[in-house]
Ligand binder design. Structure first.
Ligand SMILES: NC(=O)c1ccc[n+]([C@@H]2O[C@H](COP(=O)([O-])OP(=O)(O)OC[C@H]3O[C@@H](n4cnc5c(N)ncnc54)[C@H](O)[C@@H]3O)[C@@H](O)[C@H]2O)c1
Length: 368
């Protein structure tokens, strides 16, 4: 029997959003256990988070350096580090972990800027340690099913992709812990909405179609008065095979929650999937028939945990990414977890879109 992998967390302090999600997702399959953390830049808050997660109080550390040094010295020290702090901290956190010899799984975007992403990619090459990036939507059973069907040629040649991520929670001047760093360039990085959710849509489009975006025509706006970073993005896409696409991402679409939707059309069939109804995908045929595909049926068994019809969602999709990371760490095949190449592509997308929109450059190439 293989041992459970031990996880150390950076970020995920009191009131944080995604840290607790990572904890649940990592532990869902009993492959991984959270045992240590530098959960906050404030020592008392890190310790309070340690209580919340019910880990050994001695392993809730005052800062990242203390955690890495102590865990390295323990015979039962952590096997890898999860980075779930805000964007500006992704590079320093990952760098410190890699230098201490630990594999890293990080939340997106890879870093705050493209230069930082290049630095991290170079560090990863030197370190030759596993690195995973949690583009959540690639963990959903039906997103994986869409990818498999497109790869098998069921849609024929892909000609059109429409991908969207719509939210409304930043429709007003930002308030609260999650909002305040996301609208601050010093902590969010060069992208606002595009770095927070546009990059999810970008990755989903490339993941599902298996195609790369070659060129973009971006129109980014900071709609809420006084906001520096973009909060609304409309982007035309051209894929490497000539397919056309549209990517819409917004945080000012009042009333929208997490409207991630993708539609892909080939010359034989089309498909559509949305994450607020994640267990259903529609496959549309030339003769007018629409097939309803459901998660939990034999094709998707590998990425669901309960019999079909029992709804699974965000947490299980996240857990699929952790299950993949466990496979990578154990040297087993079959992982679909995004990594440094996807991270660099995402950062190139953000950087190119922000610059080209500001200078009204028109169509620009995505060169990674
Ligand atoms: N994949 C997804 O679906 C998804 C969803 C939400 C957020 N995210 C990403 O996760 C990251 C965190 O987002 P969030 O909404 O949880 O933010 P948050 O503000 O809720 O939490 C961030 C946490 O990091 C801690 N932190 C900050 N600096 C630190 C440091 N120097 N050392 C240790 N901890 C530190 C903060 O104290 C806080 O507890 C962001 O990069 C965001 O883009 C991804």
């Amino acid at each position: 029997m293989s041992m459970r992998l031990r996880m150390g967390m950076i970020g995920g302090g009191p009131g944080a959003f995604i840290g607790p999600v990572h904890r649940i997702a990592a532990e869902l399959d009993r492959e991984i256990e959270l045992v240590a953390g530098a959960f906050s830049s404030d020592a008392a808050r890190s310790s309070a988070a340690g209580d919340f997660y019910r880990i050994d109080p001695a392993r809730a550390y005052p800062d990242v350096a203390a955690m890495l040094a102590a865990e390295k010295a323990r015979p039962d020290g952590v096997d890898f580090i999860a980075v779930v702090s805000p964007n500006h901290h992704h590079l320093p956190a990952a760098r410190a972990a890699l230098e201490a010899g630990f594999p890293v799984i990080s939340d997106k975007p890879m870093t705050a800027t493209l230069d930082e992403a290049r630095e991290l990619a170079a560090l990863l090459q030197q370190a030759a340690l596993p690195y995973g990036l949690t583009y959540t939507y690639s963990g959903y059973p039906m997103a994986r099913e869409a990818r498999a069907r497109i790869a098998a040629g069921e849609l024929g040649t892909i000609r059109k992709v429409v991908v969207e991520y719509s939210q409304g929670w930043l429709s007003q001047p930002a308030e609260g812990k999650q909002a305040e760093w996301r609208v601050d360039p010093a902590r969010a990085g060069m992208g606002g909405c595009i770095g927070d959710i546009g990059v999810h849509a970008f990755h989903l489009a490339e993941f599902v179609t298996g195609l790369r975006v070659a060129q973009i025509l971006p129109d980014l706006a900071a709609v809420v008065p006084g906001r520096v970073l973009d909060d609304d993005c409309s982007i035309l896409l051209r894929f490497e095979n000539g397919a056309r696409g549209v990517l819409l991402a917004s945080q000012i679409e009042v009333g929208e929650l997490n409207g991630v939707r993708i539609r892909v059309y080939g010359d034989k069939a089309g498909l559509s999937w949305q994450q607020e109804e994640p267990n259903t995908m529609l496959l549309k045929h030339l003769d007018g028939r629409t097939e309803v595909l459901r998660a939990g049926t034999p094709q998707t068994r590998a990425s669901v945990r309960t019999p079909g019809g029992h709804p699974e969602g965000y947490l299980e999709a996240f857990a699929n990414l952790y299950r993949d990371f466990a496979k990578v760490l154990r040297g087993e095949p079959g992982s679909l977890l995004p990594g440094a190449t996807d991270g660099l592509r995402g950062m190139t997308f953000i950087d190119t879109a922000v610059r080209a929109s500001a200078s009204q450059a028109g169509w620009v190439a995505l060169t990674v």
